[in-house]
Design a protein around this ligand. Structure first.
Ligand SMILES: Cc1cc2nc3c(=O)[nH]c(=O)nc-3n(C[C@H](O)[C@H](O)[C@H](O)COP(=O)(O)OP(=O)(O)OC[C@H]3O[C@@H](n4cnc5c(N)ncnc54)[C@H](O)[C@@H]3O)c2cc1C
Length: 447
């Protein structure tokens, strides 16, 4: 018997969770399933979605240890983007042009497929595909961004940029049309309801572990021919991935005259082209939701809830928002939260399925998982039913994951990177020249 889900519990402290509907999950397990999925985030739910669409006869269950959307899927910045954690030029060097193009084509199609789903089944996700802008606020950023313009990333002069967004000290920026803005919890809820309507069993408060014959859930064993582990950063990391914390804040809903001054009329996502990652969106209810990195990596890759609330990082993000938009001076910030993302040594995701044992796992999206989890889950579902296609031949499918360095090397290297990213940004803001420090940190992560 599974525990009964607490229907009124919020999965986390995000704005999305605060304003979301509750999930009404099942409480009675069956004795056996064709496919048991562990983890109730995007990877788990999209895996069930693709599987049930490939084979409607499959008996599928999803087991979530806490509540659906507890993890990064219910906490993220809502960028459904074609971004990939490794740059296009580095990917071409690693895997060749053809395979790199196949990956980006698959990511772009995935955004549109998520959009079609959202339109029919998740209107509460407020899916809006209107691109993304990365702006430069000093000449070092301007040089770096304008140099990386390509057919997908179109350089806009300061004057052109001002028609899209008005940020202080803006010197132009890149516009990429292949990105959508979502309320991630709204999207997750739409997938959840869809799966319920397709008779997939969905369980909360169900801590699951793979065992040879299936899964052990809250001390009850269940047979399953296939087990998919979709626990991302919550899985046993060993040295295969590290957790890095990303944090977010949101303002109260902002009045129309604020947005008239700022722009972002079409609700595209936006960020500054700094070394330390940051990301923002205008929410459907007209708040500014903005996030960024900066929290230190925990020794031994241990997950530490306290890191989600690193006050100095939340403070830095609020300050960054006010630097971009001085009009925010007297505006209240209503929510502050955070979560961890899983990063492999080469910053690429993994999708592994062993047909002999029936065990599969997927993850390692390094902060670009909203679109990627859809694609990874689609590939996983195809592997499970035995389909082979261009997607199942993408370069990261069934690859061996390279280990991170042992501690304390890992701790020293990753935290140096986090610290030096901030130093590099301050150096560029001061000198207006590309940072010397940034040249030193690039090889640290092989990104
Ligand atoms: C603050 C923040 C901002 C981000 N912004 C973006 C963004 O704008 N765009 C983007 O593309 N990506 C973003 N990401 C990353 C993205 O959210 C993740 O890559 C993605 O949601 C991962 O989905 P998932 O389903 O694999 O993992 P999760 O959503 O973490 O789901 C895993 C689930 O497994 C459950 N679980 C763990 N162990 C067990 C167990 N033993 N039994 C049962 N259940 C278990 C957990 O409770 C959890 O709910 C962000 C992440 C964070 C933290």
């Amino acid at each position: 018997m599974a525990l009964t889900a607490k229907l009124d519990s919020k999965p986390n402290n995000s704005l999305w969770a605060d304003t979301a509907e509750c999930f009404e999950s099942k409480s009675q397990f069956a004795d056996s399933y064709d496919v048991a999925i562990i983890g109730g985030g995007f990877s788990g739910l999209w895996s069930a979605f693709h599987l049930i669409n490939l084979n409607p006869n499959l008996k599928i269950a999803v087991f979530e240890a806490k509540v659906f959307g507890f993890g990064a899927s219910g906490r993220n910045g809502g960028w459904a983007s074609s971004d990939y954690p490794v740059s296009r030029s580095r990917l071409i060097k690693r895997h060749g042009l053809y395979r790199t193009n196949s990956l980006f084509n698959a990511l772009i199609s995935s955004i549109d497929e998520i959009g079609s789903f959202a339109q029919r089944f998740a209107p509460q996700s407020h899916f809006t595909k209107s691109g993304t802008v990365t702006f430069a606020r000093n000449s070092a950023q301007e040089k770096r961004l304008s140099k990386s313009a390509d057919e997908l990333h179109i350089w806009k002069s300061a004057e052109e940029l001002s028609h899209l967004i008005r940020v202080s000290d803006a010197r132009g920026g890149l516009f990429n049309p292949e990105c959508a803005t979502v309320n991630p919890m709204g999207l997750l809820h739409g997938i959840f309801e869809y799966l319920k309507s397709r008779k997939v069993d969905l369980f909360e408060n169900s801590f699951a572990t793979p065992i040879p014959s299936g899964v052990l859930v809250n001390s009850q064993s269940m047979r399953a021919n296939v087990v998919i582990q979709a626990t991302e950063v919550y899985g046993a990391a060993g040295r295969e991935f590290i957790p890095l914390y990303s944090q977010m804040v949101t303002t109260e809903p902002l009045p129309a005259d604020f947005w008239d001054e700022i722009g972002v009329k079409e609700r595209f996502t936006f960020a500054e082209g700094s070394h330390l990652i940051n990301y923002a969106q205008r929410t459907a209810d007209n708040r500014l939701a903005i996030g960024g990195r900066g929290a230190t990596y925990p020794f031994g890759s241990r997950l530490m809830e306290g890191k989600e609330y690193t006050n100095s990082v939340h403070q830095n993000i609020r300050q960054l928002a006010r630097k971009w938009f001085p009009q925010l001076e007297n505006v209240s910030f209503t929510h502050a939260w955070g979560g961890a993302v899983a990063i492999t040594r080469d910053w690429e995701p993994y999708i592994q399925f062993d047909i002999k044992t029936g065990f599969g796992r997927l993850g390692g999206y390094a902060g670009d998982g909203v679109t990627m989890s859809f694609l990874a889950a689609k590939i996983m579902a195809n592997l499970v039913v035995g389909n082979s296609s261009e997607l199942t031949n993408l370069h990261f499918v069934n690859r061996k994951i390279r280990n991170w360095e042992p501690e304390p090397l890992r701790y020293i290297a990753v935290n140096s990177l986090v610290k030096l990213s901030g130093v590099a940004d301050r150096e560029e803001a001061l000198t207006n020249r590309p940072s010397v420090v940034s040249k030193l940190i690039a090889p640290l992560i092989l990104r």
